[in-house]
Design a protein around this ligand. Structure first.
Ligand code: PLP
Length: 433
């Protein structure tokens, strides 16, 4: 399949080029040239299929002919390596728990698929690729784990000193090998600005092959749509399923909308946001007006200008009424989030991280008679222990499997918030001088 840029339908590239480049030069995002339709036979068979089978059927529609069938099969088997259970929380409300992967965030699936796809495309090249990412927490861990030991690829992660949780820090700093963590004396925006400057630095880009692993790459975006098949795989096609999705850059929820456009009978979506509510406001007023980013306890959703907004518009032909037929918005501030975390714990004995809690609450507010609500559990609560201690109980303990991370040695270098330092780091690390 070919992909066009959301800014210019005439500007088309192959799957391979779109993955390698990540972003079209005109600042749009890659988008499938046609949205394939799933045939009824496939949809009716979901109940009898395994998740890798479903993923293969769906993803091959986009990746052919650039990834041969056997290779795609092995990439998928090596991507969906963990359970994604649908857990009943209360009457009519279920959590699709996407947090049982290596870094306990839903981003593990997209990061693993991208890493294996890039590594396959990289086999034909002689020069190594360096993946450069800025993270506010969750992306860094998922990318580090996803790319660990992938041939031909080095990863450099910039994260803001003191602003990621201890568990997130460990996930980025204890792997070593081809994963380098740089602790930047600044905030997330500073990290992002440094990364941007590196991509714009012609001199640097002549000397090394830089690439990005952020959520706008189609090889991270497309595999996320597979989550939305799981309720139908487990329960058949008969129910009116409402998917409530904790949203920041709107990659996850728009990948679900793509699945619906392909024919998956999701009844509707709720785009659940924290105080950074540019999309819910847009859905209410028709005006897209980003404000300054607000820091919240659901910090993976602290995004004021969601990068995938352009994909949302493209999916619905830039027509708000069209979007509103499938989607409503929801917002919850920190106080409300803490409150719902407590309420759900006391009523259902179910622990949720702050991001997932917002989507759970959205279902409480908006679910209608005859609908079944599914919220996407995007992270395990133990990644946000500081918030859990404050909201639930100071003695809440980390799960056993995360404790070993704290016994490993941290490998991280400190970096001043200064582009010259980052450049010097690259040159030393690549033995250029
Ligand atoms: C990244 C992230 C989100 C937001 O996902 P988008 O695809 O950017 O909308 C929500 N929750 C958690 C825990 C995340 O890490």
């Amino acid at each position: 399949m070919n992909f066009f840029s959301t800014n210019d339908r005439a500007n088309k590239t192959s799957f391979r080029e779109s993955v390698i480049k990540s972003l079209p030069a005109d600042n749009g995002l890659y988008f499938p040239e046609v949205i394939p339709s799933l045939d009824l036979k496939f949809l009716e068979s979901l109940h009898n299929r395994s998740l890798p089978e479903i993923a293969y059927h769906v993803l091959s529609l986009f990746s052919e002919p650039d990834i041969p069938s056997e290779k795609l099969q092995s990439i998928i088997e090596d991507t969906f390596i963990f359970d994604i259970p649908l857990v009943r929380v209360e009457e009519n409300i279920y959590c699709l728990e996407l947090f049982h992967g290596p870094t306990m965030a839903f981003k593990d699936v997209g990061a693993r698929f991208l890493a294996r796809t890039l590594s396959y495309f990289q086999e034909a090249e002689d020069e190594e690729t360096t993946i450069l990412v800025a993270t506010s927490g969750d992306t860094g861990g998922a990318v580090a784990s996803g790319f660990f030991n992938q041939a031909g690829i080095n990863v450099v992660i910039l994260y803001p000193s003191g602003k990621v949780t201890p568990l997130q820090d460990r996930q980025m700093t204890t792997l070593g090998g081809n994963i380098k963590a740089l602790e930047v004396d600044g905030d997330f925006d500073d990290c992002q600005a440094l990364v941007k400057q590196a991509f714009l630095d012609k001199n640097l880009n002549q000397r090394m092959k830089l690439s990005s692993a952020n959520s706008i790459n189609i090889a991270r975006w497309l595999p996320q749509s597979i989550y939305y098949y799981i309720p139908f795989m487990l329960r058949g096609l008969d129910e009116k399923i409402v998917c409530s999705v904790p949203s920041g850059n709107y990659g996850n929820v728009t990948s679900g909308m793509l699945a619906k456009k392909m024919g998956l009978p999701i009844h509707r979506f709720i785009a659940a946001s924290n105080a950074n509510d540019v999309v819910p406001r847009y859905l209410e007023s028709g005006v897209y007006e980003p404000y300054k980013t607000i820091q919240t306890i659901a910090n993976a959703m602290d995004v004021s200008k969601p990068s995938n907004f352009t994909r949302l518009e493209t999916l619905y032909d830039h027509d708000l009424q069209n979007i509103l037929r499938d989607t409503s918005g929801y917002r919850l501030d920190d106080e409300g989030t803490r409150h719902v975390m407590q309420a759900c714990y006391y009523q259902n004995n179910y622990l949720m991280d702050p991001h997932s809690s917002i989507a759970y609450k959205a279902l409480h507010e908006q679910l209608q008679e005859g609908e079944e609500g599914i919220f996407l559990g995007t992270a395990h609560h133990s990644k946000f222990m500081n918030v859990m201690h404050e909201a639930i109980h100071p003695n809440l303990e980390l799960p056993e499997k995360t404790k070993q991370l704290f016994e490993k040695e941290r490998q991280s270098e400190k970096l001043k918030n200064d582009y010259k330092e980052l450049k010097a780091y690259f040159y030393s690390f690549n033995n250029f001088l």
